[in-house]
Design a protein around this ligand. Structure first.
Ligand SMILES: C[S@@+](CC[C@H](N)C(=O)[O-])C[C@H]1O[C@@H](n2cnc3c(N)ncnc32)[C@H](O)[C@@H]1O
Length: 218
């Protein structure tokens, strides 16, 4: 961040509901990339490499949930994924993603608190990079994503140190694994925003079979 310009990173960890989250990204859209890059944001690249290294079919369509300005889409593109759709509930963030030629096939305005903007089988891979936190997207979304994937399909996502304080995400991962509905194909704790000393788990869940255990509130 340069000079007097206001930073929003700390606010991102303080928002408590969907409306304040949407307002945050409305204000942050113009300076989001500058601020996260200045803090060494490496999670899009980590997620893209984690998925690509599993030798998945990079020609099959990928849905980038909470795509924001498109940093995550750019990372998947650079890792070889050819067909990427993005979705976000911030029109202001989406406007920056739209301005990036050749990254996204479609960009969809959608709130992750509603049913996901896809039908079962539309996507072989789904991503949520820098998206999971209690005010952004609930843990139930993990079940919804797995329900949309075909067997063998992968969901790659990150959980930063703040999200890891909420046990509900790991509880959903554990429940899906215990039921053999999905397996953890990759999990690594590493850098997220190194200039801030914030780390993140990057996780890839691979769907094993069709049925989803009923979500139990935690
Ligand atoms: C930290 S940014 C990550 C953006 C991008 N994936 C990246 O890695 O740069 C989080 C994004 O999630 C979006 N988001 C947060 N809550 C959401 C919700 N309930 N529905 C849809 N998008 C949401 C925000 O608008 C924002 O663009």
């Amino acid at each position: 961040m340069s000079g007097e310009r206001k930073g929003y990173l700390d606010s991102a960890y303080a928002v408590e509901d969907a409306e304040s989250t949407r307002n945050l990204y409305k204000d942050w859209a113009a300076t989001y990339e500058e601020e996260v890059r200045a803090n060494g944001y490496v999670t899009p690249t980590r997620c893209a490499h984690a998925l690509a290294n599993l030798a998945v079919n990079s020609s099959a369509p990928l849905l980038d949930l909470g795509c924001g300005t498109g940093l995550s889409g750019e990372a998947f593109k650079a890792a070889g994924f050819e067909t990427i759709d993005g979705s976000d509930f911030s029109e202001e963030m989406l406007a920056y993603a739209r301005a990036k030629p050749g990254v996204y096939r479609n960009l969809i305005h959608a709130d992750l608190h509603n049913p996901l903007p896809a039908s079962a089988g539309d996507y072989a891979h789904i991503a949520a990079v820098g998206v999971f936190s209690p005010s952004h997207a609930p843990a139930e979304m993990i079940d919804q994503v797995i329900a949309l994937l075909p067997p063998g399909g992968c969901f790659v996502f990150s959980l930063n140190d703040h999200a890891l304080e909420d046990p509900s995400y790991d509880q959903r991962i554990g429940a899906l694994s215990d039921a053999a509905t999905a397996e953890v194909a990759f999990r690594e704790y590493g850098e997220h925003l190194p200039a801030r000393g914030i780390k993140a788990v990057v996780c890839v869940l691979r769907k094993l079979r069709g049925d989803i255990p009923q979500f139990a509130p935690v």
